[in-house]
Write a protein that binds this ligand. Structure first.
Ligand code: NDP
Length: 281
């Protein structure tokens, strides 16, 4: 029998997940159907219950339900615990296993697809929202020289830095220094990898990042995807950065992690990334 999976959100029309997972199923020869589920606000649990009762095996979770999925789960992976949010569910009997693959997808894109190791590098993450929370542990697992979180609301950056320090009990490379700071504190500092994990690009804005934040040869990585050369990537380009990327690879890689978790086979992501890529011009 064809196994059923879906992405749940509100709105959901914009989701690329059905396209991605259907392509993965084709290349791996897996017999599954993947659809979109629009859940009414405030009815996440009932909607997921109904999907499970109809034989659903797993779900991706998108806005605004990542916290509802966290509450719904019976078994939270460390990635989901640290992120405080869930982006993938697996149903087995009464059990609801929960993961957050956003961060691991990001790191896999950077290290594997873009060929940019994080080990020993100075890493700056802009923003202290959900995407940053999910990315902290996977970045720390790579053993960077230092991880700095910079945010408009400095207290949130400091809070996440403290959380990340604590999380290093899960990390074989424990001992990475982590700081949470404001944009004014960046004067005189430079980084090998700069992630824009703010939502500023969604409104064509850019945080007050000094151009000196990019070290020679730096990678500038915009987590938003499909927006071409965002103001952040333009800033990086003006600073002389030639290694620019957006989050399309992160999107494909977090999907591949979920697919592997559900089906036991890792799909190649290249074709999906090529299909969804919008040129950075
Ligand atoms: P959140 O809403 O949780 O967090 C947004 C963060 O951006 C906050 O820290 C906020 O600062 C900061 N911010 C917003 N506007 C500005 C601004 N004008 N100047 C400075 N800082 C600003 O968002 P998410 O963490 O969920 O998402 C962040 C980005 O990551 C989005 O672009 C999203 O599309 C992308 N993303 C990409 C994924 C992918 O697969 N490629 C997956 C998930 C997310 P403050 O705390 O001060 O309000």
């Amino acid at each position: 029998m064809t196994d059923r999976y879906a992405v749940i959100g509100n709105p959901i029309e914009q989701s690329k997940s059905p396209l991605i997972h259907t392509a993965f199923a084709q290349v791996t020869g897996q017999d599954l159907a993947y659809t979109k589920v629009l859940s009414p606000l405030g009815e996440f649990a009932q909607t997921v219950d109904a999907f499970r009762a109809a034989g659903g095996r797993g779900m991706n979770v998108t806005a605004p339900f990542k916290l509802d999925a966290f509450a719904y789960a019976t078994d939270l992976a460390p990635s989901a615990q640290l992120a405080g949010a869930v982006n993938a569910l697996k149903f087995e009997g009464d059990k609801v296993f929960a993961e957050n693959f956003d961060g691991v997808g990001l790191v896999r894109d950077v290290v594997h697809n873009l060929g940019c190791p994080l080990q020993g590098r100075k890493v700056l993450v802009m923003g202290a929202g959900g995407a940053t929370r999910g990315a902290l542990l996977p970045i720390l697992m790579q053993g960077p020289a230092e991880l700095v979180i910079v945010n408009r609301t400095v207290a949130k950056a400091q809070e996440l830095a403290a959380l990340a320090q604590k999380s290093q009990s899960h990390n074989p490379n424990a001992g990475v220094p982590v700081r949470g700071i404001g944009y004014d504190d960046l004067q005189g500092e430079s980084f090998d990898v700069v992630f824009n994990a703010t939502s500023a690009s969604l409104t064509a804005q850019v945080p007050p990042l000094p151009v000196s934040a990019f070290a020679p040869g730096a990678l500038a990585y915009e987590l938003a995807y499909g927006k071409g050369l965002t103001p952040f990537l333009q800033l990086a380009q003006q600073a002389g950065v030639t290694r620019l990327a957006d989050g399309v690879g992160m999107l494909a890689e977090q999907a591949a992690e979920a697919f592997l978790w559900w089906r036991g086979v890792r799909p190649d992501t290249r074709a999906v990334i090529d299909t969804l890529t919008v040129p950075l011009v």
